[in-house]
Design a protein. Structure first.
Length: 150
C-alpha cells in the first residue's frame, strides 16, 4: 500500500479500488504501441465520465512485480493487523479509512514530521499520512520535470 501510494499519486480510496480484472474498478491496461494507462470508470469520477490516465513509470514497475498468472482480483490486498495480534479477523478486506489510520500511526511512530507545531495557533506537529505519500509523488513528478527541462 505504501509503495502504491508513493508511486501512483492516487488517493487511498482510489488505490483500494484498483483491480486487475473486476468490472467497475480502476484497472491497469497495457496495449501494444500505446503508453500503459489506468482505466477509471465514470462511477468513480466527479465528472461522471470514463477516463484513461497515463500509468506512471514507478507505478507500472510496481504492478509488473506481480507475475501475470497472479493478476486477478484486487491489486492491493492489505491484511488485517488482527492476524498479527492473534485475534479473529472481523472483516475480509480492510476499509480505506482504517488503512489511512494505520498509515498515520506508522508516520507518528516513525516520527516523520511533515508540518511543525505552531505555538501561535496551538496546532500540534503533523506526522506523515497516506495523503502525504500522494503529495510526495506529485513532488517527485515536478522535480523530474524540472530536471528534464534543463
Amino acid at each position: 500500500m505504501l509503495r502504491g501510494l508513493w508511486e501512483s499519486a492516487l488517493r487511498i480510496n482510489e488505490l483500494m479500488n484498483v483491480s486487475w480484472d473486476k468490472p467497475g474498478t480502476i484497472r491497469p491496461k497495457w496495449k501494444a504501441g500505446i503508453h500503459p494507462c489506468l482505466e477509471i470508470p465514470a462511477a468513480m469520477q466527479k465528472n461522471n465520465s470514463d477516463e484513461e490516465i497515463p500509468l506512471l513509470p514507478g507505478f507500472e514497475k510496481l504492478l509488473l512485480e506481480t507475475p501475470p498468472d497472479r493478476r486477478t482480483g484486487w491489486v492491493f490486498e492489505p491484511k488485517s493487523l488482527q492476524l498479527k495480534l492473534g485475534r479473529r479477523v472481523r472483516h475480509q478486506r480492510p476499509e480505506a479509512d482504517w488503512i489511512g489510520k494505520v498509515i498515520s500511526r506508522i508516520g507518528k511512530a516513525a516520527k516523520i514530521v511533515v508540518e511543525e507545531a505552531d505555538a501561535k495557533t496551538g496546532r500540534p506537529e503533523k506526522y506523515a499520512s497516506a495523503h502525504d505519500l500522494r503529495r510526495s509523488c506529485g513532488e517527485q513528478l515536478r522535480e523530474a520535470h524540472l530536471w528534464s527541462a534543463e
